[in-house]
Ligand binder design. Structure first.
Ligand SMILES: *[C@@H]1O[C@H](CO)[C@@H](O)[C@H](O)[C@H]1NC(C)=O
Ligand SMILES: *[C@@H]1O[C@H](CO)[C@@H](O)[C@H](O)[C@H]1NC(C)=O
Ligand SMILES: *[C@@H]1O[C@H](CO)[C@@H](O)[C@H](O)[C@H]1NC(C)=O
Ligand SMILES: *[C@@H]1O[C@H](CO)[C@@H](O)[C@H](O)[C@H]1NC(C)=O
Ligand SMILES: *[C@@H]1O[C@H](CO)[C@@H](O)[C@H](O)[C@H]1NC(C)=O
Ligand SMILES: *[C@@H]1O[C@H](CO)[C@@H](O)[C@H](O)[C@H]1NC(C)=O
Ligand SMILES: *[C@@H]1O[C@H](CO)[C@@H](O)[C@H](O)[C@H]1NC(C)=O
Length: 508
């Protein structure tokens, strides 16, 4: 399964010695990998987990009354309880051998705009967008784990609704503030307030099971603010839920996700993310906290995880086997927070077999200008005999690029704080070299797999726009996520589990 080291080559004479060395020792000249994740393989009992929610343009916009700012965390340390000397009868101590000490209180999680906390900047206190960004840093300070080469904070669950009220002028266009427009039926909206944040409820992690050795907790809720969740996800309501479970000292955490769309909220996203622990992350123009204590860069990293898709989310569910997010300017320079020149870059492999290729010989404007094979050969998109059209769902160009090749399709200018570029790929033999699925249906419902994807080499080979003659950007992936985006399709349910997640970077 794990093909992390190149196979050993040796002469017959040294066979026995080397069998021992190859199987037991990693310290040799071959490629060595270290984990970029704070919690390699999700094996750490003392969990670090947070949740965030974004509106169409990756902001808060408006808080839900009594819910606080849509950032919350579940971080605890686990201790073995020792019998108290002043207790005479301590049979209970054997029954409850572990204690959880939660680092984030309910009061922390409920903090909402206007509530001061340690470190909050005056300009953020009464601005819902800045407040959420700073609340994330605050929760991060409570969850932070010291480590080498950098401390880290948490895995991040991300929620997003695609609703947009074009008459409310809340989202900038390619980073520029614009006035009201529309109606535009490209964006769902049931009327005033359609861009609301969801209800988010929290069951703190506790010890459960007959032996009190099963750790379990949950975040869940709905965007429908009048939803009655006491009966679970019933009726035509939107719904989100992530529960997590682990046996102390054994195996991986298992994160179980459910996402449901409704008539009022037909476009929803639920991702599990490993974000940068400092600086910005994919699609987010504020400093972030996360799990990637090392930022993986192309081509030298791999991503490993187990994915079990239980329900697909319907024919319009863009289920991302993996979604990588980064940021660089069109001239190849690093992003610096200037939203008119920074560009979010995303690439995603969609594994729902219902999603087919829009990139076609007669729709070249939605294909990348060229495809690069693993041997370095480039094939132009108008080379109909050789270009692998079926390997691409769509490619769209950044709205602020000055030298686009005709024909082109611009990405949605509103759904990010800045311009974005998106390259969506589909299972196809051209990706087999990198460990990705080669045919539709692989890894889909009923086909749970542990993937080891050579994301580094794949992402190095993908097309991303740059101004002609500019030095190539360093492709560093500040967010690595997986999950579902159900696209404008009400009453659909996606359900899946993620475990064993790790990011492995080759040691220089
Ligand atoms: C200790 O507790 C157990 C169960 O709670 C009880 O059966 C037992 O009688 C107690 N022993 C003493 C010495 O109090
Ligand atoms: C609980 O502990 C008993 C005794 O150590 C063990 O046999 C059993 O498998 C445990 N149950 C679970 C669910 O871990
Ligand atoms: C939800 O609404 C849709 C469309 O109106 C309908 O087809 C479906 O049966 C409803 N589902 C439930 C669970 O009520
Ligand atoms: C942001 O980028 C734009 C476009 O390159 C540039 O015109 C502007 O001066 C920059 N703003 C700042 C504050 O650097
Ligand atoms: C979606 O894919 C499933 C399984 O491949 C198939 O049974 C179904 O007919 C497809 N639905 C649509 C709308 O394409
Ligand atoms: C590179 O790979 C492509 C696709 O497999 C193949 O068609 C082409 O001949 C190869 N080029 C060279 C120079 O090996
Ligand atoms: C294909 O596109 C390239 C540039 O994109 C162009 O130079 C070439 O003439 C095109 N070939 C055909 C056959 O259209």
């Amino acid at each position: 399964m794990a093909k992390l080291r190149k196979p050993c080559r040796f002469s017959v004479v040294l066979f026995l010695v080397l069998v021992f060395l190859c199987s037991g020792w990693h310290a040799n000249a071959e490629t060595e990998y270290i984990s970029a994740a704070g919690d390699p393989g999700m094996r750490r009992d003392s969990l670090r987990l947070a949740i965030e929610s974004w509106n169409q343009c990756n902001e808060v916009g408006k808080e839900v009354p009594h819910m606080g700012s849509p950032r919350a965390a579940d971080c605890f340390d686990i201790y073995k309880a020792s019998p108290q000397s002043n207790e005479k009868n301590c049979s209970i101590c054997n029954m409850l051998p572990y204690t959880l000490v939660h680092r984030v209180t309910e009061a922390d999680n409920k903090l909402g705009v206007g509530d001061p906390f340690l470190g909050v900047q005056p300009d953020a206190l009464f601005n819902v967008d800045l407040y959420a960004a700073e609340k994330e840093l605050y929760l991060g300070s409570k969850c932070e784990v010291e480590d080498k080469p950098n401390p880290w904070q948490f895995w991040m669950i991300m929620l997003k609704s695609g609703n947009m009220d074009t008459s409310a002028a809340m989202c900038p266009k390619n980073g520029y503030k614009v006035g009201p427009f529309g109606p535009d039926n490209g964006f769902p909206c049931f009327g005033k307030g359609c861009m609301n944040q969801p209800l988010i409820y929290h069951d703190y992690t506790t010890l459960q099971g007959p032996n009190r050795t099963t750790l379990k907790g949950r975040f869940y809720g709905s965007w429908d603010l009048n939803a009655d969740l006491s009966k679970g996800s019933v009726g035509n309501i939107s719904y989100h839920s992530v529960d997590w479970k682990k046996e102390i000292g054994r195996g991986s955490w298992v994160f179980h996700h459910v996402l449901r769309t409704s008539i009022k909220y037909p476009w929803l996203m639920l991702y599990f993310r490993s974000d940068a622990t400092q600086g910005v992350s994919g699609g987010y123009h504020y400093p972030t906290r996360g799990m990637s204590k090392i930022i993986p860069g192309s081509p030298n990293f791999k991503v490993r995880f187990t994915l079990n898709v239980i329900k697909g989310g319907g024919p319009n569910s863009q289920f991302y086997l993996l979604d990588i997010g980064s940021c660089w300017k069109n001239n190849g320079q690093n992003c610096d927070g200037n939203v008119t020149s920074d560009v979010t870059r995303y690439s995603e492999m969609i594994i729902n077999p219902n999603i087919t290729s829009w990139c076609q010989p007669d729709h070249l404007g939605i294909c990348p200008p060229y495809h690069t094979f693993p041997n370095g050969t480039r094939v132009l998109r108008n080379d109909t005999a050789h270009f692998p059209y079926a390997a691409y769902h769509l490619y769209c160009s950044p709205g602020n690029a000055d030298h686009l090749e005709m024909p082109y399709t611009l990405c949605d200018p509103y759904s990010n704080p800045q311009s974005q570029e998106i390259l969506q790929i589909l299972p196809h033999p051209v990706w087999g070299e990198y460990g990705y699925p080669t045919s539709q249906g692989e890894g889909w419902i009923g086909d749970q797999r542990t993937w080891e994807l050579d994301v580094g080499r794949l992402s190095q080979s993908l097309y991303f726009y740059q101004d002609p003659g500019s030095p190539p950007a360093r492709r560093q992936w500040r967010s690595i996520d997986l999950g579902a985006e159900i696209f404008k399709d009400p009453d659909q349910v996606a359900e899946w589990t993620v475990s064993d997640f790790d990011i492995l970077v080759s040691k220089q």
